[in-house]
Design a binder for this molecule. Structure first.
Ligand code: ADP
Ligand code: 5GP
Length: 199
């Protein structure tokens, strides 16, 4: 009997970017909860040195590691790309991405502009970038405060300062979504995913 060749089309990389609190994580996890889409799309999980927020789970939201462990992973070339945000390190695990893409599974990422640029450079033909915009800076502030009561005032101010800069890069992304109503934003993201994943 002839062995059957498995030739999967490599999966696509969907990068969701936008300021902290704009709703990237919420939108991506809701998209994956959709029965049809959940079979096709998985969420990439990053490694970070940022402390865990209440409600976040080790290995589900992030792989929380120490600075030494992060450095060791970078040195061992186990991190595809990484960034520093407000003094903490964040990186994309290489093995996880390569394995999923080979299997033909699409992968969703929540990354900053630097991460989006690097992945687009590594995977120029199968990367789609989406920027999530908040309705206003006041709403963004309220969402950051509402997400985690323990986030200190200084960090909220720093995240908002970063947000103003990050919003200026929105034009560099393939798509932009305004996240005023979660329902409407999710509908738009779903439409983008279905169009791009079958392209
Ligand atoms: P990000 O991943 O971009 O930092 P999150 O997904 O953690 O942002 O969202 C920040 C907070 O805002 C969360 O508490 C989330 O539930 C809330 N949120 C997200 N989108 C909306 C929306 N459209 N309306 C109201 N609250 C929202
Ligand atoms: P947060 O602390 O709000 O979870 O994340 C801070 C910022 O780091 C967000 O813009 C988020 O998208 C980005 N980020 C999270 N993980 C990674 C990663 O692995 N690589 C890059 N480049 N950015 C990341």
């Amino acid at each position: 009997m002839k062995a059957k060749k498995i030739q999967n089309k490599p999966g696509k990389i969907f990068i969701i970017s936008g300021p902290s609190g704009s709703g990237k994580t919420t939108l991506l996890s809701r998209l994956i909860q959709d029965k049809k889409i959940g079979k096709l799309l998985a969420k990439s999980r990053s490694v970070t040195t940022r402390p865990r927020r209440s409600g976040e789970k080790q290995g589900k939201d992030y792989f929380f590691v120490t600075k030494d462990e992060f450095r060791r992973l970078v040195k061992a070339k186990k991190i595809l790309e990484w960034t520093r945000y407000l003094g903490y390190y964040y990186g994309t695990p290489k093995e996880l991405v390569e394995k999923q893409l080979k299997r033909g599974k699409h992968l969703g990422f929540c990354l900053d502009l630097k991460g989006a640029r690097v992945l687009k450079k590594i995977y120029p033909h199968n990367t789609v970038t989406v920027f999530v915009l908040p309705p206003s800076l006041n709403v963004l502030k309220a969402r950051i405060e509402g997400r985690c009561r323990e986030t200190d005032k200084k960090e909220i101010t720093q995240r908002l300062r970063m947000a103003k800069r990050e919003i200026l890069s929105a034009a560099q992304f393939n798509y932009r979504i305004l996240n005023r109503s979660l329902r409407v934003a999710l509908k738009e993201l779903r439409k983008i995913f279905l169009k791009e994943s079958s392209a």
